[in-house]
Design a protein around this ligand. Structure first.
Ligand SMILES: [Zn+2]
Length: 133
């Protein structure tokens, strides 16, 4: 399972960012995972939840995955189509002169963290009476 290697790499990067920004801890990591990347989301999540216990900042972090649809562009007819359905062969014209536009990425999109001063600050939310909701 190669997901674990990628997860370790992600956790390392996030820990480095957290340390750099003097975060207290990381609560959430959002990743963009391409549909035609080599990642299996379920395995990735399992690996994340196992490996996060060994990190400095991410022991309570939740992983959120945004799955990005795989889309392929056809150079012959200029159409795009869904990669997982048709692979390398364009369903519009039958050409194989195609290339992947999106869907292979594995990207750290967002990190939500708690900072010491933020955690200690009193809440300044209620300026107006509870008229919402
Ligand atoms: Zn085509």
């Amino acid at each position: 399972m190669h997901e674990l290697g990628i997860v370790m790499n992600v956790l390392e990067q996030v820990d480095a960012v957290a340390a750099e920004n003097k975060a207290e801890k990381v609560l959430g990591v959002t990743m963009e995972i391409g549909e035609v990347s080599t990642i299996v989301p379920e395995l990735f999540l399992d690996a994340f939840n196992w490996a996060k216990k060994r990190t400095t900042y991410q022991q309570e972090a939740e992983l959120e995955m945004i799955i990005i649809e795989g889309r392929t562009y056809c150079q012959n007819c200029g159409e795009t189509y869904r990669t997982t359905e048709f692979g390398k062969k364009c369903p519009h014209c039958g050409s194989s002169e195609t290339y992947l536009l999106t869907g292979s990425q594995v990207i750290i999109k967002d990190i939500s963290a708690v900072f010491p001063e933020q955690a200690a600050a009193p809440s300044e939310e209620s300026e107006s009476p509870e008229s919402e909701a």
